[in-house]
Design a protein around this ligand. Structure first.
Ligand code: GTP
Ligand code: MG
Length: 329
């Protein structure tokens, strides 16, 4: 594969090249990985700065419906919108891809939109890197807004929050007691909480839920990265396409403020550092799972079990042998 040619096509905004490149970064093959790395390196330092928007919410809350309506609104304004999905639960992903294709039917036919369903595989570390690289590729291809959908289970929302400029939490209308159900951690990462399905019979409940969350948000610790009034709770209806323009206004107000105050760049820098450190940790752990370390570790584990050597001494011996001089911890 001609990486230079592929890079130039991506920078020219060619969708087929973008799709091919994402397939490349999703591949688990060693030769593909090397090419993917070369491509990402080649594109590093391109000019375009997209707004990366993470969107989390429990299954069925309306993420895909919201993204389709919201995406259509943005493309109608002339913006180029990319949609990526993170779904670490491989059991669900088959259905989810099918679902998203039908649920985002209009957006998938839009010339200013690019939709990429989640790759159907494995562990979160792999998903995180692939998604990050897909974001890089979409940004290099000139997209203005990159929406990253994730189902709000397990660690996936933390992963997405760590690669987003803005993080949205989509919630369903519900009684006040269910407010407890949202993990405090996720409330603290959200920049804007959207209460979806504020239509028909659910409208009054949605308004009440929104007020409950607005109250809860005011009780949270003030973050340096927020201007007055943020984080914020709003009602929307993805189906009736209500409140989407307001949501976009709030998102642009927040990101404009963060750009002007340096928080936008600082957040990206902190994220780059976070992923660098995560990659180092992953790389070290991967070495432990491979030979020759794996065998040596198993052998030492036996000696530890038999009481021939202490746990600490065995660990030190292993680390010294394979990582060189190890400082005392
Ligand atoms: N009344 C109402 N229903 C909605 C709204 N948005 C989505 N729905 C419905 O909620 C159901 C789930 O919508 P999806 O968009 O597939 O939800 P999702 O969060 O993407 O679900 P997963 O991808 O499975 O996690 C569908 O039947 C939608 O029609 C809304 O604004 N109002
Ligand atoms: Mg969905």
């Amino acid at each position: 594969m001609d990486i230079e040619d592929l890079a130039e096509r991506i920078l020219a905004g060619e969708r087929r090249a973008l799709a091919r490149a994402i397939t490349l970064v999703e591949s688990g093959r060693a030769d593909h990985r090397a090419q993917a790395r070369a491509l990402i390196e080649r594109l590093h330092g391109h000019e375009n700065v997209a707004l990366r928007v993470g969107l989390s919410g429990t299954p069925g809350v309306g993420k895909s419906t919201f993204i389709e309506a919201f995406g259509m609104m943005l493309t109608a304004q002339g913006l180029k919108v990319a949609v990526l999905a993170v779904d670490p639960s491989s059991a669900r992903s088959g259905g989810s891809i099918l679902g998203d294709k039908t649920r985002m039917e209009r957006l998938s036919r839009d010339r200013n939109a690019f939709i990429r369903p989640s790759p159907s595989q494995s562990h979160l570390g792999g998903v995180a890197r692939r998604t990050r690289e897909a974001i890089d590729l979409c940004e290099a291809a000139g997209f203005d807004v990159i929406l990253i959908e994730t189902v709000g289970v397990g660690q996936s929302e933390t992963v997405v929050a760590e690669m987003s400029d803005l993080f949205l939490l989509l919630l369903a209308p519900a009684g006040g007691d269910e407010l407890q159900g949202v993990k405090r951690g996720i409330m603290e990462t959200a920049d804007i909480i959207l209460i979806n399905k504020a239509d028909g019979d659910l409208k009054a409940t949605a308004t009440r839920t929104c007020a409950d969350y607005a109250g809860a948000l005011r009780l949270l610790r003030k973050r340096a990265q927020d201007p007055e009034g943020f984080p914020k709770a709003l009602t929307v209806s993805a189906v009736e396409e209500n409140g989407l323009d307001r949501a976009w206004d709030e998102m642009t107000a927040l990101s404009d403020w963060r750009r002007e105050t340096g928080h936008f760049e600082a957040r990206r820098a902190a994220q780059a550092r976070y992923w660098f450190e995560a990659e180092v940790r992953e790389g070290l752990l991967a070495r432990l799972r491979r030979e020759p370390v794996k065998g040596a570790m198993a052998a030492l584990a036996h000696q530890v079990e038999d009481g021939e050597i202490s746990a600490a001494a065995a660990a030190e011996e292993l680390l010294e042998t394979y990582l060189g001089e190890v400082p005392q911890v």
